[in-house]
Design a protein around this ligand. Sequence first.
Ligand SMILES: Cc1cc2nc3c(=O)[nH]c(=O)nc-3n(C[C@H](O)[C@H](O)[C@H](O)COP(=O)(O)OP(=O)(O)OC[C@H]3O[C@@H](n4cnc5c(N)ncnc54)[C@H](O)[C@@H]3O)c2cc1C
Length: 430
Amino acid sequence: MTKQVLIIGGGFAGLNVAKTLGKAAGVEVTIVDRQNYHLFQPLLYQVAMAGLSPADIAAPIRSMLSSYDNIRVLQGEAQRIDVDARQVEFDFGVLGYDYLVVACGASHSYFGNDQWEQHAPGLKTVAQATEIRRRVLAAYEAAERADNPDEQKRQLTFVVVGGGPTGVELAGAIGEMSRFTLAKDFKRINPRLTRVILVEAGPRILPMFSEESASRAMRDLENLGVQIWTSTMVTRVDDEGVVMGEENVRAATVLWAAGNEAARLEWSSPVETDNRGRLVVAADLSLPNQSNVFAAGDQASFLHQTEQPLPGTAPVAMQQGRFIGKTILGEIAGKPRETFHFVDKGQMATIGRSRAVVEVGKYRFAGWFAWVTWLVVHIFYLTGFKNRFFVVLSWAWSYMTFRRGARLIVEKEWQKEAGGEPAAEAIHAE
Ligand SMILES: Cc1cc2nc3c(=O)[nH]c(=O)nc-3n(C[C@H](O)[C@H](O)[C@H](O)COP(=O)(O)OP(=O)(O)OC[C@H]3O[C@@H](n4cnc5c(N)ncnc54)[C@H](O)[C@@H]3O)c2cc1C
C-alpha cells in the first residue's frame, strides 16, 4: 500500500527528504511550508546588507520539486500534531500521515526578553532581512539630515549582539559598507566615522571555531573598524540603544544575532525537548516512542555522535533529510533502520568583502583564498536557484566597484486609508 509522507518545512532538511523520496515507488509525499519559497539562509546577511536582493537567494518550493510526480507542495502553517490520530492541523485544515517529518527550523531567542525584538530584529527571514536593510540605510539618511552632533553619532552607531558567524558577518559587512560603499555618497556626514560594536557574552567570538581562526577573524573585523566587546551581557535594549552592565551605548540600530530556539508546535502528547526547544531524537532521527515521526535540521537535538547536539547548520540539515528519506524507503523495502552519522566537511565564516576563515579537518586557512573558497562553496550550494549566474555577477560587481546594488529603503506601509494616512496595520514589503 502506498505510504503517505508528510513533511513540515521546505528548508534544507525538508527539501532533502522530499528529493530523496521523489520518483520512488510506494510513497506519496506532501510538503507544507508557511512560505512558498525555499530560503538560502547562509546568504541572508547579504540581503540585509544590500548586497543581494531577496529573489537571488530564494526559489519557489513548487518549482524546485515540479519534476516529481509523487510530491505535492502546499503553502500553510502547521499548528498542532496529533500523534495518536496520525494527523497534523494546519491553518488551512488537517492532513493525515503514515510518516511525519518535522523540519520547521528555528527562530531567535531573546532569552525571555521578547520585548527587545522590536528594537533589535533578528535575521532568519526575508522580512527580517529587508527590515534590517531598511533600518541600516535609514540610519545614514537620518544622520545626514540631523543638525545635532549627538543625534548624528547615535544614528551612526550600530550594535550587533552575538559573536557567532551571523554576528561576525553582519558587523563586518556594516564596517565595510561604511568605509567603502557609502564613504563618498554623503555630504554632511562621514560614513567612515560609523561606530560598529560587536557584543558577545562569551569570552571570545566564533566559539565553534579554533582560537586561531577566531583571533584572525577578530583582527580582520578590527581592521574594518569593528569594536569587539567580549564577556559582555546585554541587559536592556530600547529605543535609545543598548545597556550592557554599567555601559549605556546610544545606538539607533541594534541587530540581534544571539540565541536560537527551535520553532515550536503544539503536540497531542508530551515530547522531549532540549534547552533550545529542539526535539530529542533517537539514533535513527525518529522520536523515542514515535518511530514514524522524524525530526531533522534545526528542529532535532541529536546526541548520539558528539557530547553536544549536532550544530544547526545547513550540512547537518541536508544530510539528516537525505538519511530520513532513505530510512523510509528502506523500511518500506523491509530493511532494518540504521544510525545516522554526520560527515563533517568543515566550517567557514566570512568577514567583509575579501576575508574569511575556513576550517576543514585539521586544515585552517584565512584571508583572500579563504574568502574565494567561501564564495565558491556558497554559489555551488545555490543549486536550483535560477539566478545563480546573476548572483555571481552581482557579487563581482560589488567586489570590483565597492557598490551594493540593492540599497533600497522600502517602507513597511503599502496601503492608504480613506483619509490618506498609512494603514494602521503595516506589512513587510520586499
Ligand atoms: C542568517 C543565517 C546565516 C546562516 N549561515 C549559515 C552558514 O553559513 N552555513 C551553514 O551551514 N548554516 C548557516 N545557517 C544555518 C542554516 O541556515 C540552518 O541550520 C538550516 O537552514 C536549517 O535547515 P532546516 O531545514 O532545519 O530549517 P530551515 O532552513 O530554517 O527551514 C525551515 C522551514 O520551515 C518553515 N516553517 C517554519 N515553521 C513552520 C510551520 N509552523 N509550518 C510550516 N512551515 C514552517 C520555514 O518557512 C522554513 O522554510 C545560517 C542561518 C541563518 C539564519
